[in-house]
Design a protein around this ligand. Structure first.
Ligand code: GLP
Length: 242
């Protein structure tokens, strides 16, 4: 298996390892196209990238594409991924806002929005480095179990377990959107390089299935076994079943 596996002690060292890879990517190619994830997992990476920026790292030529966005949440909604990215990264580095792309969860024609997003990625020359977290059910982006490997950006009905997992960010579970726009499995697999991060024991089963399980749509992250350049950066708790 081609996967490069880095096991580190904890969340902070996972974040440091992943941030180092992103740093190297932008040093090598200042106009890199990054694929970005949200959730708790990449928060430490964004914090470190802000620190790097404060010490001189230049984001002015970087382009970013986020994996996903909730349907129905606009940029000002506290739980929208656009707002998350603004708060944790975009407002704190010198990235050109016009080069930061996130699906529009308020688009009237969601199908057209999906096509537009794929076209934007294509026009940018594809994603150089994609950062991924993993759901406890093995999802990547919002590609829930059962998503076809050939999928491009699409509208997703969120799994029950995902709604439950993400309820912690909302006032109550019925405020969690039930749909999202997500880059598809194929869109993710077209990235030249991928980092999959995971921290904590709640991810141990998903990480085991992704790395050692059969390649199956039942575990979306297992498709990464077929990608030529994946680095798995996991802390000991997430790696405990490997
Ligand atoms: C979310 C996101 C994913 C993320 C995953 C894990 O629902 N759509 O992109 O990787 O679930 O989230 P967390 O990092 O908070 O555990």
């Amino acid at each position: 298996m081609a996967m490069n596996i880095v096991v580190v002690a904890n969340f902070d060292s996972m974040s440091a390892e992943a941030a180092k890879i992103v740093y190297g990517q932008i040093m090598r190619k200042p106009n890199s196209v990054l694929g970005l994830a949200t959730g708790s997992t990449p928060l430490g990476v964004y914090k470190l990238l802000v620190e790097y920026h404060n010490r001189g790292m230049d984001f002015s030529r970087v382009t970013t594409f986020n994996l996903d966005e909730y349907v129905g949440l606009g940029p000002d909604h506290p739980q929208s991924y656009r707002r998350y990215m603004h708060e944790h990264l975009f407002s704190k580095v010198n990235i050109n806002p016009e080069r930061t792309f996130i699906p529009n969860g308020l688009a009237e024609d969601l199908e057209a929005e999906c096509r537009r997003y794929d076209e934007l990625i294509r026009q940018a020359g594809g994603i150089d480095l994609q950062i991924l977290g993993i759901g406890t059910n093995g999802h990547i982006g919002f590609n829930e179990p059962g998503t076809e490997f050939g999928s491009t950006t699409h509208v997703v009905d969120l799994a029950e377990s995902t709604i439950r997992d993400n309820a912690r960010f909302f006032e109550s579970i019925d405020q969690v959107p039930t749909r999202a726009i997500s880059m598809g499995i194929k869109s993710i697999m077209q990235a030249k390089e991928i980092i999959l991060m995971a921290s904590g024991g709640s991810k141990a089963d998903a990480i085991y299935a992704a790395v050692h399980g059969p390649v199956t749509t039942a575990v979306p992250a297992s498709v990464l076994q077929l990608h030529p350049s994946v680095t798995l950066v996991v802390d000991q708790a997430a790696a405990s079943k490997l």
